[in-house]
Design a protein around this ligand. Structure first.
Ligand SMILES: [Zn+2]
Ligand SMILES: [Zn+2]
Ligand SMILES: [Zn+2]
Length: 211
């Protein structure tokens, strides 16, 4: 009886006697497809012994396969647990990153708010500065009128007219106190080396220049 298996290579082929897959290395097509354990089953051995050995063989194989299966099950369980741990870690990481992103967004909004506030403050400062310059400019004009029209010792305006008849003097009368306050404040600024609104021909400015 010949077989159809390949020759001169290691193979695993079911033994025709025990039917279990067994290692074979055929060198001829006429080699018997019977494993090492079963070689003597072909002889005049009793069938009881053959059957017993087959049962033992299959019992051992089943036990090995069962152990392998149990190992596989516990390995799979361990893998599932590890996967769960990984998933939990990833979820934590996602939550952490979400918090970071949200935090950065809030920080960004705060930054923009800061910039806007800064801009508003700067604009307000600019407006205040502009208003002060306009006041300085108007006060300098009034100051110039005041140097021409102020009370002199003889109940006359310094322009020569009588106190009651100088229209310019009467016009700036309600502003004289404000003018004195402004002058005082600006002279102090001048003395402190700060920017002031006094005209170039103001006595304090001239005195400073001489010093
Ligand atoms: Zn066999
Ligand atoms: Zn056998
Ligand atoms: Zn006058």
């Amino acid at each position: 009886m010949t077989h159809a298996h390949r020759l001169h290579v290691d193979l695993e082929v079911p033994c025709l006697c025990c039917l279990a897959p067994q290692p074979f290395h055929f060198t001829s097509l006429s080699d018997q497809v019977v494993c090492a354990l079963c070689v003597h089953h072909l002889g005049a051995e009793k069938s009881e012994r053959r059957d017993l050995e087959h049962v033992r063989l299959w019992a051992a194989r089943w036990a090995a396969s069962e152990t392998g299966h149990a190992d596989f099950v516990s390995e799979t369980d361990a893998l599932l647990v590890a996967r769960d741990v990984d998933l939990t870690a990833l979820r934590d990481q996602v939550a952490e990153l979400s918090a970071v992103v949200a935090g950065q967004f809030t920080a960004g909004i705060d930054g923009v708010r800061g910039l806007l506030q800064n801009d508003l403050v700067k604009r307000a400062e600019r407006n205040t500065d502009l208003a002060r310059r306009q006041i300085d400019w108007a006060m300098a004009g009034i100051w110039r009128i005041e140097t021409l029209h102020h009370d002199s010792a003889t109940q006359k305006c310094s322009c020569g007219r009588t106190a009651g008849s100088c229209a310019e003097s009467a016009a700036i009368d309600p502003l004289r106190q404000a003018l004195r306050d402004w002058e005082k404040k600006n002279v102090a600024l001048l003395r402190n080396g700060r920017r002031h609104g006094l005209p170039a021909d103001h006595p304090a400015v001239l005195a400073q220049r001489i010093r």
